[in-house]
Unconditional design. Sequence first.
Length: 114
Amino acid sequence: VQLQASGGGLVQAGGSLRLSCVASGGIFVTDDMGWYRQAPGKQRELVAVVTYGGIIDYADSVKGRFTISRNRDKDTVDLQMNSLKPEDTAVYYCNTRRPDSNYWGQGTQVTVSS
């Protein structure tokens, strides 16, 4: 499985960005897909995920500001980020998760200036 992420960049606080991820190489209908992020000096953390059953979960810090969407026909997962804050600054990674494995995209930098 290969994951190609795009859409990161530099934005002022309060602004918006949309991240997109395209998967190739065989996505199973039972795969979860989502986004994680890693800020400098911190551990990678879950931002949002869509499970194979359609359940959506968000980190508390992004609830009400971020929206994840998944297109099963196109094997894509997008993350709409609104009302961005400087603490959202991180490298964002697309992820496909199975019971016995994880696949990661190359990461895309999101920088929010105050």
